[in-house]
Design a protein around this ligand. Structure first.
Ligand SMILES: [Cu+2]
Length: 142
């Protein structure tokens, strides 16, 4: 097989995959808003922290369920929102997925200052085309 034919074949194989990756992103309604019900920004808390997630103008759906205007929560602990939001969010000890559709959790934090932020992801853990992200709050653990 000629090299040029090989190149063409590779292009044909890769192109649909790129289209697929692009379609992993979902639209979010303009007024969608994610926020912390608790704790509050600046609050001093114990080492076991109850975190309650709030969501307006969108619904919560478990990971894997592709339903318009829904997503599931991700809690970012002591980290920034990833630079590339076109890919599924990684699962790390700083990025917690709530793929079961949970709207609250309890986390253990060491004494000191910590930041928390919420980021909604779609059925495939990809943030929406307009990211639905909360303010980053700072709490003090005593
Ligand atoms: Cu996720």
């Amino acid at each position: 097989m000629k090299k040029s034919t090989m190149t063409l074949l590779s292009a044909l194989l890769v192109a649909p995959m790129m289209t697929f990756a692009g379609s992993m992103m979902s639209e979010a309604p303009d007024k969608a808003e994610v926020y912390f019900v608790q704790p509050s920004d600046g609050e001093t808390v114990g080492q076991t922290v109850k975190v309650v997630f709030g969501l307006r103008n969108m619904g919560v759906a478990p990971a894997g369920i592709d339903k318009k205007n829904t997503g599931h929560h991700h809690l970012l602990i002591d980290t920034d929102v990833p630079a590339d939001l076109s890919k599924p969010l990684p699962a790390t000890d700083k990025i917690k997925h709530f793929g079961g559709g949970q709207t609250e959790t309890e986390i253990e934090l060491a004494p000191g200052t910590h930041t928390l932020q919420l980021l909604l992801g779609n059925h495939a853990h990809v943030p929406h085309s307009t990211p639905v992200v909360s303010d980053k709050i700072t709490i003090t653990v005593k």
